[in-house]
Design a binder for this molecule. Structure first.
Ligand code: ATP
Ligand code: MG
Ligand code: FE
Length: 343
């Protein structure tokens, strides 16, 4: 079955056609990054307006590239949350209109479930149960994927998400927005032990994480150096920051594997593109004899192919939305059935 998927939760307008949850027939991503860069972050009002301008063209291109029309596909899937509410509503309303016009079923998809489902595209034989480390701009989670539509959160960040910490640290270093990729690149030539950072543990919740402390340490270090006129070794600051964040993510994932006895692990979200994180996870998974699945770089950030993948499994579970489907800004990954999207 072929699903047309639409994603507009943040600053990417994306559409894709995906067959049976695993085969990508087309994938189009229009990113607004350049427009938000001058503000140092995503401006919700601008994001919504750009989605409205681009969504028609992006969806048409995804259909054309796959050799399909709204009438030849079998269902329409759309990210209905979590994300920026105004941005989400553009995709949700477009999908509703298209599904109504072409008389196709409408499938609401949880954005983070979509990030996790990018792994089904990359690893065609991957099936639940498995564990997933989700590290993105707004989420840091250790998720027990019990079935295609059954998720249990084992650990989470108590404050900033990993991607948010990357972006804020990079911004303080003057690396632009979003800074994750630039920080990744600069870190490669640095000494990762030059600047020691605290490694926070949440008392009584060993799988939970905290990233605001290390972010603040970077900001304070830069501030103090500027006041004293000291030079900062930026590549080493990047490497030291990255080592701390990657260690927190890696140790939580493998601790969760020990706790649950899971033999199959995966990663998802924009931060899973990080060079150091990928290398560390590959090494430790091999050392422990565990299987590790990772999406290719182009499926780590926001895209609609991942929404089409998860949309297929939601469809198979009977998760169809009525035309009254709404969008929600905040929603746990454990809740992604149609009734959770405020219908
Ligand atoms: P969410 O999915 O939680 O709603 P989002 O959609 O904004 O948030 P993603 O698109 O999954 O997040 O990921 C974007 C984040 O990934 C940004 O914070 C970005 O800096 C970070 N990122 C991208 N590439 C890298 C990299 N190589 N190293 C570290 N961080 C990276
Ligand atoms: Mg984005
Ligand atoms: Fe995302």
């Amino acid at each position: 079955m072929k699903i047309l998927a639409i994603e507009s939760s943040c600053d990417e307008t994306a559409a894709a056609v995906v067959e049976d949850g695993r085969r990508v027939l087309s994938s189009v991503v229009h990113t607004q990054i350049a427009e938000h860069r001058i503000y140092g972050g995503v401006v919700p009002e601008i994001a919504s307006r750009r989605h409205i301008e681009k969504i028609d063209m992006v969806v048409q291109k995804a259909l054309d590239d796959a050799g399909q029309t709204a009438h030849t596909i079998d269902a329409v899937a759309v990210t209905a949350g979590p994300g920026l509410i105004g941005a989400l509503l553009v995709g949700v309303n477009f999908a509703k209109g298209l599904a109504f016009m072409a008389e196709k079923p409408l499938v609401p998809v949880h954005h983070i479930r979509g990030h996790i489902a990018a792994n089904y595209i990359a690893s065609p034989d991957l099936e639940p149960p498995f564990l997933c480390l989700v590290a993105s701009g707004g989420h840091s989670l250790i998720v027990d994927v019990r079935d295609y539509t059954e998720f249990h959160v084992l650990g989470r960040s108590r404050d900033d998400a990993a991607g948010e910490a990357f972006d804020k640290a990079a911004r303080a270093m003057g690396l632009g927005y979003p800074g994750g990729v630039a920080l990744d690149r600069l870190a490669r030539s640095g000494d990762d032990r030059r600047y020691p950072f605290p490694r926070p543990h949440v008392e009584g919740a060993p799988l939970d994480m905290s990233f605001s402390g290390v972010k603040t340490s970077v900001v304070n270090l830069l501030h103090n150096a500027a006041q004293k006129g000291d030079e900062v070794d930026l590549p080493s600051l990047c490497a030291s920051f990255e080592r701390t964040v990657c260690e927190a993510l890696r140790t939580r994932l493998f601790a969760a594997a020990e706790q649950t006895g899971a033999r199959v692990l995966s990663v998802a979200g924009g931060v899973s593109a990080n060079t150091r994180l990928r290398a560390e996870l590959i090494e430790e998974a091999a050392r422990r004899g565990l299987r590790l699945c990772m999406p290719p770089l182009e499926l780590t950030g926001d895209n609609a192919a991942m929404i089409g993948a998860q949309g297929y499994f939601e469809f198979c579970a009977g998760h169809l939305a009525p035309p009254s489907l709404n969008a929600v800004a905040t929603l746990s990954v454990e809740r992604g059935a149609p009734e959770h999207f405020a219908v």
